[in-house]
Design a binder for this molecule. Sequence first.
Ligand SMILES: [Zn+2]
Length: 206
Amino acid sequence: MATPAPAARQALNDANARWPSRKKASDGILGDKSHQARKSDHNEGNAVDITHDPTSGATGDVIARHALKDQRVTYVIWNKRINSRDGRGWRPYAGSNPHTQHCHISIRVSARNDTRRWGWRTGAVRPTTRMPTRNLKRGSSGAEVKQLQTALVKLRHMTQAQMNTGAGNFGPQTEQSLKKFQASHGVPATGFYGPLTRAAFTKLGM
Ligand SMILES: [Zn+2]
């Protein structure tokens, strides 16, 4: 009978420590029935799924970024992409589970007992998306509007197709998507991008 790798347990403990109120609906270490039907590192307890929860800041982006720096990791699957830490970067992942609800991390067998703290607990969560520093509202345009739209797409308040139709232009769709973001992150849903909203993005590691 497989047992959860101590390194995988540590990964979840560290996520709980970093984001105490995070959702855990898609967490898991040992494979369920659907995993057992196929080859999966979960079956050996050498993989961990960490729930993507933008509300608490525990985003798949942040977790994946830290995991990819960790020598214990063989590969990461997140948001329809896989990264095998072999220099090829992210590639499309075509498995049946798109991994949009959690970040999957596979752990080297030889590292399964390595319980050093994981990067999401110890490391600074460095922004990947540069958030605009000036205020933006409907009618604004330019590179900074595009930055905002990119962040909205990453957090799935806007689709890539919606962004493509008005990239760099702050129109009704961007306003509506921004309001959705604001409403779900404790910011008054004004559709205005200012310091409060920027802080909410920054808190998510954007
Ligand atoms: Zn998994």
